[in-house]
Ligand binder design. Structure first.
Ligand code: ADP
Ligand code: G3P
Length: 496
């Protein structure tokens, strides 16, 4: 048995590989940025070949910098941005067009068509999701409709579909293994999360041939080994898990009622609900937390589409920041956002509104507004959106949260974390190891190959770096939040 698990974390904006040892310590992180394509307003795509190349590069770099060889690794655990859809040619392994990223709105019309025909309750009941362009199903249907000859080729078994995990496993195994896991399947809009199978009636509604779909396996098992030609030896691939579920596992939220929020490109709060798939009355998603052997556990999820990417917009779109980290000092230059609210609905709104037509808006500008106010209001928007989600979560689960575990790129921002704690009235714990997603994938892979004994062993590895306690006066907190609710209502009303 080797001394390390390699975690491959394929996110929206970057691909990372890192090593995890038995104590849950991380070393030799290698990272490659990805270029997203925004060809039309509301569309977000990425070159699946570039994603694949980035995965090879970061694994090679991690091996090189650590001096380890492939056969000294115990396993690879893969975690990935979810819903992003790839369709490729079975024979050549080439994608038929760019992958459609989870944030993309290009299937809004198709979703509306299906809603008008009254199909949403069926999708909601079987998959725990909603008819929103976010999920993979309509993205696959769109590719089949908009790529010449694709529908016929798919029906003949010449094309394969996969979320990013499937695509990477296919490539890593040299085109031998076409699988996904239950967490990723639960984000496709095609998988019955109760019966645990691809659903023929949903496939028929979307015109997707069953032949294209991967086999659905558990979240923690050996699916195959990496092609010996790639890294100079075979490495067992022993976990596949959607990144938000991986973070839930990595944060040690293994018991019902435990929750985490990840602040990456988007913000995703997941609460473990155990073996019960709880339906939501407030726009949350019911999703599979993980499948271990034959046992499935579920989660309630609130999905916020634009989180850290609003900070990237300040940096790259407006040019008022040179780095995302600078946003903290700027926000702290002012005592408040002075009545300014930024609603970053750049690609519509997810939980609890599910409005794919809404667009971003800024409210409350005066002649005295400075870039510090705008930056602060943008950071605050992550916290306000999270409060919307937590309110829904508490109403649906009937549980009151006292502590929230956090992770993701933006949690380094101390201003944001304190404001978040103030606004929720909840303690926030930031772990020492903020790569919860990669840790979750490593733990799940390690459990499959006997690197760790059981869940309790990995849960005990978590260490808290800092706790943020709520300190804001309640009247102020509620009046600030009132302003946010007004701003969101106005943003939704603006779309005409
Ligand atoms: N100090 C910071 N303050 C606010 N946002 C930050 C900070 N550092 C990084 N971010 C944001 O975090 C995001 C990157 O987080 P990460 O977890 O790597 O995302 P993903 O996995 O979605 O690619 C970016 O959108 C970036 O703008
Ligand atoms: O790329 P991330 O880490 O922001 O995650 C994206 C989510 O999985 C989308 O559902």
């Amino acid at each position: 048995m080797g001394k390390h698990i390699l975690a491959l974390d394929q996110g929206t904006t970057s691909t990372r590989a890192l090593l995890v040892n038995k104590a849950g310590e991380i070393s030799h992180l290698s990272r490659e940025e990805l270029v997203l394509q925004y060809e039309h307003p509301g569309w977000v795509e990425v070159d699946a070949e570039a994603v694949w190349r980035s995965a090879v590069n970061v694994i090679e770099e991690t091996l090189r910098s650590s001096g380890l060889t492939a056969d000294t690794l115990s396993a690879i655990g893969i975690t990935n941005q979810r819903e992003t859809a790839v369709v490729w040619d079975r024979a050549t392994g080439k994608p038929i067009r760019p992958a459609i990223v989870w944030q993309s709105r290009q299937t809004a019309e198709l979703c509306d068509e299906l809603k008008r025909a009254g199909h949403e309750p069926l999708f909601r009941e079987k998959t725990g999701l909603l008819l929103d362009p976010y999920f993979s199903g309509t993205k696959i249907a769109w590719m089949l409709r908009h790529t010449e000859g694709a529908a016929n080729r798919a029906a003949n078994g010449e094309l394969l579909f996969g979320t990013i995990d499937s695509w990477l496993v296919w490539k890593l195994t040299g085109g031998k293994v076409h699988v996904t896991d239950a967490t990723n399947a639960s984000r496709t809009l095609l998988y019955d999360i109760h019966e645990r199978r691809w659903d023929e009636s949903l496939l028929a509604l979307l015109g997707i041939p069953r032949l294209m779909l991967p086999e659905v396996r558990s979240t923690s098992e050996v699916y195959g080994v990496t092609d010996a030609g790639l890294f100079g030896g075979e490495i067992p691939i022993a976990a596949v898990v959607g990144d938000q579920q991986a973070a839930l596992f990595g944060q040690g939220c293994h018991r019902p009622g435990e929750a985490k929020n990840t602040y990456g490109t988007g913000c995703f709060m997941l609460m473990n609900t155990g073996e019960e798939a709880k339906a939501s009355a407030h726009g949350l998603l019911t999703t599979i937390a993980w499948q271990l052997e034959d046992r499935v556990e579920y989660a309630l999820e609130g999905s916020v589409f634009v989180g850290g990417s609003a900070i990237q917009w300040l940096r790259d779109g407006l040019g008022i920041l040179t780095t995302a980290a600078e946003s903290e000092a700027l926000a702290l230059q002012v005592d408040s956002s002075d009545g300014v609210y930024v609603v970053p609905a750049f690609v519509g709104l997810g939980t609890p509104h599910w409005d794919s037509e809404a667009r971003g808006s800024v409210f409350g500008l005066t002649r005295g507004t400075t870039k510090a106010h705008l930056v602060r209001a943008t950071l605050e928007s992550l916290a306000y959106q999270t409060r919307d989600v937590l309110t829904a979560m508490e109403e649906d689960s009937g549980m009151r949260l006292t502590t929230l575990g956090v992770d993701g790129g933006a949690v380094m921002n101390g201003f944001l974390m304190q404001f978040q704690s103030d606004l929720l009235g909840v303690s926030i714990t930031r772990p020492v190891q903020q790569e919860s997603t990669a840790l979750g994938a490593a733990y799940l892979a390690g459990l499959a190959v006997g690197f760790w004994r059981d869940r309790d062993e990995v849960r005990a590895l978590k260490q808290v770096e800092r706790t943020f306690e709520p300190g804001m006066d309640e009247a102020l907190r509620e009046s600030l939040y009132e302003g946010w609710l007004r701003a969101v209502r106005a943003a939704i009303a603006f779309k005409g």
